[in-house]
Design a protein around this ligand. Structure first.
Ligand code: BGC
Length: 754
């Protein structure tokens, strides 16, 4: 057999250099801050240092047991003094059972800050963090946006930035300067229950949306009282668990970790993110929390990250209890701190700090490692302006929960709506007709909001905002009570009254079946079957026998298999988890007051046994007959219809290796009868490479609005970095040769020489 000849390749520096326009400044503490940090560090005892490296759950400071369901967060002065003054804990996170108001948050955090800044020896402020994953979701009355998967489906970074900016404003209004988000875990395993918290399966879409969110959260200045510090999570590979279960193992060669997983982290770090949360799971058997190569060499070394890393919840204990790489907690502390962990989210107590101090005294952990971690943490505290002012008066946040902020959530929800089927132009629904709304998600705000909504699980209805509308209520609001009926039909997995839904369907013109996923996150979001629960499919089947047109609305965080019921539905709308304005957004799309323009941020599989992302290899596409064409998803990544139609023409591509530039222009025409938005997507395929190349990869996109009959020429620019991949030596390279570029239904092949 002839020896494989590797083509000549050109090394490139790293993926973060791709698309330079994406990038702003990396986080670097100023000279002045560094000076202040050093002076403070020089005064600190070992106990004060390890305390700064510890983050506890707020419940550990409050009266009652840690997990006691409480309706107030009342500080327990004994616990506060013990943890903050005796053990010098420097950071607090989370909430209790219920969402406090901004006033209550301020009272609570104010009291904690007062102890830290007034009563402790050095007066170092607390860094308070929270999961504002779709708005300041743990504050009463805050705006609840679509979850990240819906934001990704807008393909509109402007909306991601706006949502994040409101989130930052409302977090700061609550006294919280640090957000545990965005999630930039590329999610190629649709079984993963946290897919809804991610931007989906594509690396580039994650980069662009992650950066937009970082811009919105942080602005240009971390000490801005209307912005917060972001915390990227979860470093790295959380969305790629091989069995799809939460926090379960990832098996991936370094080559793909670098090519698929790291770029969104790297891009956001170059864009100024000051903190990174570590993934709870393992990669190739090594827990991320003990992975020195990942944390110290790659993140802090290659990516030159100067902020600090924080563990995920209880993950040092988990090195003993779950991963079994440490004999006891002290061993776990040793391994993680030496790997480069700077702060431990030790929710319940001070044990991390106690073990760490001992390890330093015993000489197992060098003081220099602790000093490095504390420097990083104090730097961020200074950069966030906490030493000047820990809280800002509530009166400085008049826009909290405002109309304008609500509009921003509505707009994001509308633009996320992804129309997957519309046979014979069934939609929009005519407003003079009668509608039955049925299905588990038809009359539920909790289903629209999903997990992390007022409560962690998002299932408690006690804290729902009374003035927000479900899908049923929003349809009634416009069509009139008499014209819209509701029969639930099913729960998530159990039958309620399918027969009654069928009987009612006989009386109406349209049946809107709102299927969905029960709100959940983390472990409770694990599922054993990607299919939509059978009973929800049975509802559709039973209703289809009435002959009434069925509109399927899917309110779900991941793509649940609908192969059997898809032919029974004339129209299908994917709503993701659209948030508090979701009822109105879905309604206005169904009625045609809004034109859908969302595109799938993941591949929608047809079979539970055929799970591939769009950027699979050609070998993934081989069928039982050894031919090609096995990749037949239900709906493709990037797919979504509109009430108008678009055509693409005049694709011009000029590849200029000498200038390191590829210019692309294409003309988009609105060929339909109403104004609409289209997402132009540019894909590149490397036709031959030394490592089997992806069939295609997204490289650029832009959303364009056009009125009927109008056309627009749209231009893009690529550079050689957009042609790069990670080779067998784990280096980013560009190999010369033929590439194919695809935009809409057009394509162009060009040669790249260097
Ligand atoms: C989750 C993180 C979250 C943290 C704090 C963990 O269990 O995995 O995403 O930021 O809890 O609430």
């Amino acid at each position: 057999m002839a020896e494989r000849t590797f083509r000549k390749c050109v090394l490139v520096m790293g993926y973060f250099l791709l698309g330079a326009s994406l990038l702003a400044q990396p986080y670097r503490p100023s000279q002045e801050i560094q000076g202040k940090v050093d002076s403070l560090l020089a005064l600190m005892t070992l106990e004060e240092k390890v305390g700064q490296m510890t983050n506890i759950g707020v419940a550990a400071l409050c009266k009652g047991g840690f997990y006691e369901g409480r309706d107030t967060l009342e500080l327990d002065s004994v616990k506060v003094n013990r943890l903050l003054l005796k053990y010098h804990i420097g950071s607090v996170q989370n909430k209790g059972k219920y969402p406090p108001s901004i006033e209550e948050w301020n009272r609570l955090i104010g009291a904690i800050q007062e102890v830290a800044t007034q009563k402790s020896r050095l007066g170092i402020p607390i860094l308070y963090g929270n999961d504002g994953v779709h708005g300041a979701n743990y504050t009463e009355g805050s705006i609840l946006f679509p979850h990240q998967i819906g934001v990704a489906a807008t393909w509109e970074p402007r909306l991601a930035e706006a949502a994040a900016q409101v989130t930052a404003y409302e977090l700061r209004a609550s006294g919280i300067p640090w957000n545990f988000g965005p999630v930039v875990d590329v999610a190629k395993q649709p079984l993963w229950g946290r897919m809804f918290e991610s931007f989906g399966e594509d690396t580039y879409l994650n980069m662009v949306m992650g950066n937009a969110m970082v811009r919105g959260l942080q602005g240009n200045n971390l000490s801005d009282p209307y912005r917060v510090g972001a915390c990227l999570k979860h470093f790295a590979g959380y969305g790629m668990a091989h069995n799809g279960k939460d926090r379960s193992p990832v098996y991936m060669p370094e080559r793909l970790i670098r090519q698929v997983i790291l770029p969104p982290f790297e891009a956001a770090i170059q864009n100024g993110v000051p903190t990174v949360m570590i993934n709870s799971g393992t990669i190739n058997g090594i827990p991320c929390h003990t992975n020195k190569y990942l944390i110290t060499d790659i993140l802090k070394g290659e990516m030159r990250f100067q902020g600090f890393t924080i563990s995920d919840w209880e993950d040092i204990d988990n090195l003993v209890k779950v991963h079994r790489v440490a004999v006891d907690e002290k061993d776990a502390v040793l391994q993680s701190v030496l790997a480069g962990l700077d702060m431990c989210m030790d929710p319940y107590d001070e044990s991390f700090a106690v073990h760490l101090a001992e390890l330093v005294r015993e000489g197992a952990v060098p003081v220099a490692r602790v000093d490095d971690a504390v420097r990083r943490i104090l730097g961020v505290k200074f950069a966030l302006g906490l030493f000047e002012q820990t809280l800002h008066p509530v009166s400085e946040y008049p826009d909290f929960g405002s109309e304008a902020f609500t509009k921003s959530s509505y707009e994001a929800a509308v633009e996320s709506m992804t129309l997957l089927k519309n046979e014979e132009d069934l939609l929009p629904i005519s407003k003079d007709k009668k509608v039955l709304v049925t299905g588990v998600a038809g009359n539920s705000l909790n289903y629209l909001n999903g997990g992390w909504s007022r409560t962690w699980a998002g299932v408690d209805t006690t804290y729902n905002d009374p003035d927000k509308l479900t899908i049923y209520e929003a349809l009634q609001d416009i069509l009139g009570q008499a014209n819209v009926s509701f029969v639930q039909g099913t729960g998530y997995t159990e039958e309620i009254n399918i027969e009654q839904a069928v009987e009612t369907a006989k009386e109406v013109d349209y049946v809107v079946v709102c299927v969905g996923e029960q709100p959940a996150t983390e472990k409770p979001s694990d599922i054993d079957d990607l299919s939509l629960p059978q009973v929800q499919q049975d509802l559709v089947t039973a209703l289809s026998r009435t002959g009434k047109p069925i509109i399927l609305v899917m309110v779900q965080g991941r793509p649940r298999i609908i192969r059997e019921i898809e032919p029974l539905c004339k129209a299908i709308l994917m709503a993701y988890l659209p948030g508090n304005e979701g009822g109105r957004a879905i309604t206005n799309v169904l009625l045609g007051d809004e034109n859908p323009s969302g595109k799938l941020p993941y591949t929608y599989p047809r079979y539970t046994g055929s799970i591939w992302a769009y950027d699979h290899l050609k070998s993934d596409d081989r069928g039982p007959d050894f031919g090609f064409g096995a990749f037949q998803p239900q709906f493709e990544f990037g797919y979504g219809l509109s009430y108008t139609t678009f055509s693409y023409s005049d694709l011009k591509v000029e590849a200029m290796p000498d200038k390191d530039e590829i210019t692309i222009s294409v003309t988009l025409t609105n060929t339909g009868r109403r104004k609409g938005k289209e997402v132009i997507q540019v894909y590149v395929s490397d036709l031959v490479a030394s490592v089997s190349p992806a069939v295609k990869q997204l490289k650029r996109f832009r959303k364009i609005e056009l009125t009927p009959g109008l056309q627009k020429e749209v231009k893009f620019k690529l550079t050689s970095k957009d042609l790069a991949f990670v080779n067998q030596q784990n280096q980013w390279v560009v190999e010369p040769g033929e590439f194919q570029l695809r935009v809409g239904n057009l394509s162009h092949t060009f040669n790249w020489k260097k």
